[in-house]
Write a protein that binds this ligand. Structure first.
Ligand code: ZN
Length: 399
């Protein structure tokens, strides 16, 4: 087995995962579980999967793939760090192109900060502000730009690009002198189906060097206990003859050791999973629903850990998945081992409830946790509710 990036064979095999092909699908027949075999290259410090997704699966996946809409107030605080990073590394008169901009939340925020030369590319684009140029298409090597760009934004998008060197070269070609690429990527240990890559901070030194960039700013890449999304600014250079490394040797070693330790550790504390099992058993005995707020990968991982310890528990329980997005009401969540769970719009469901005793938070971001807790407090006229927060190594930092 060789690394698809550096072609060396110094590969670590990590724990096999499963994932639902389509989250919150209304159609049973379209959904299925897909096996993921995560690998890690010790030479270039890059994570990837054993097999790439086949074209049929990719088509199915991206047809239904949408993010939560930050403009609708769901998870909007998760964008704050990236927006601040962009403001720090650009100027108001920059020509900025956001690749994978979806509902344009980041671009709208830059507009509010006085930026005017803004455009976005996304096959599912949905930008309300007519002053921002919106292109409903994938950004590819054939995309024609009318002028050179001062900064490209890649907010949680680089990890799904199949050929990253080719992609970086297209950006390089379209950038002005000293133009920048501003990147946010998930933590190295965030493993999900759409990702082709899991980036360690050190890998970006190689990516920059190989594609005539240099790292000029890094934000939040070095956390000891919990691994977060992190950000980098790369600046275009004309030759790598005098390439200056951003990270020093000691830092690189520390990150490398920490990364290995982290990606090989368990997702959840065993005591915590036991507590959840006891909670679900008690709900079953009292004929209560078990409520999990969050219809994404994190809930899937929690259920996977529970089923690993007690296979039959979920099949014998009445589990309701709550979602903050109204359009997901009535859809089905595919849990591990092909268990389908009904999804309800959280606010409607809780308004109708009078007897809820506990809600499990199925989200990893500290910002999501804060939003959900505030919503529960607002709705909490009819019942006493105990909130179970999942302690984990994943996360998005609190703002
Ligand atoms: Zn490699």
């Amino acid at each position: 087995m060789i690394c698809p990036y550096c072609k060396k064979n110094n590969i670590d095999i990590l724990q096999t995962r499963y994932e639902s092909l389509i989250y919150r699908s209304s159609f049973f027949k379209n959904n299925k579980l897909v096996k993921i075999q995560p690998l890690f290259c010790r030479d270039c410090c890059l994570g990837f999967n054993e097999t790439n997704l086949n074209e049929a699966i990719k088509e199915e996946l991206f047809k239904e793939f949408t993010s939560v809409e930050a403009n609708a107030g769901i998870g909007s605080s998760n964008y704050t760090s990236f927006i601040n990073f962009i403001l720090k590394n650009t100027k108001q008169d920059f020509n900025i192109v956001d690749i994978g901009c979806y509902d344009g939340f980041v671009l709208e925020n830059l507009y509010k900060n006085g930026y005017r030369d803004l455009s976005g590319y996304d096959p599912n684009i949905n930008i309300k502000n007519k002053e921002i140029k919106a292109y409903k298409e994938l950004f590819t090597k054939d995309t024609c730009l009318t002028k050179k760009v001062d900064a490209f934004l890649l907010g949680n998008i680089l990890e799904v690009i199949p050929s990253i060197d080719d992609f970086m070269q297209v950006l390089h070609k379209n950038l002005n002198q000293n133009g920048k690429v501003l990147i946010e990527v998930p933590s190295i240990s965030s493993i999900n189906l759409v990702q082709a890559w899991r980036f360690s901070p050190i890998f970006f030194e190689k990516l920059a060097l190989n594609n005539l960039f240099k790292i000029v700013d890094v934000d939040n890449a070095f956390c000891k206990d919990k691994f977060y999304n992190y950000r980098l600014a790369l600046e275009k250079i004309e030759s790598n003859v005098y390439y200056e490394e951003y990270f020093n040797k000691e830092e690189v070693d520390a990150i490398y050791q920490n990364t290995l330790l982290h990606i090989n550790s368990e997702d959840f504390d065993v005591n915590f999973i036991n507590t959840l099992i006891t909670l679900i058993q008690s709900n079953n005995e009292n004929k209560r629903d078990t409520i999990i707020w969050g219809g994404g990968i994190f809930t899937f991982r929690i259920l996977e850990a529970i089923m690993h310890k007690d296979m039959s528990l979920l099949k014998d329980s009445n589990i309701v998945i709550l979602d903050s997005d109204k359009s997901k009401d009535g859809a089905y969540f595919l849990a591990p081992h092909n268990v389908f769970l009904k999804t309800r719009y959280a606010y409607d469901f809780l308004k109708e409830c009078h007897t809820i005793a506990n809600i499990i938070l199925g989200v990893s971001s500290d910002n999501f946790i804060k939003e959900i807790k505030a919503s529960i407090k607002d709705l909490n006229n009819n019942f006493n509710v105990e909130v179970f927060e999942i302690l984990t190594k994943y996360g998005v930092e609190e703002i």
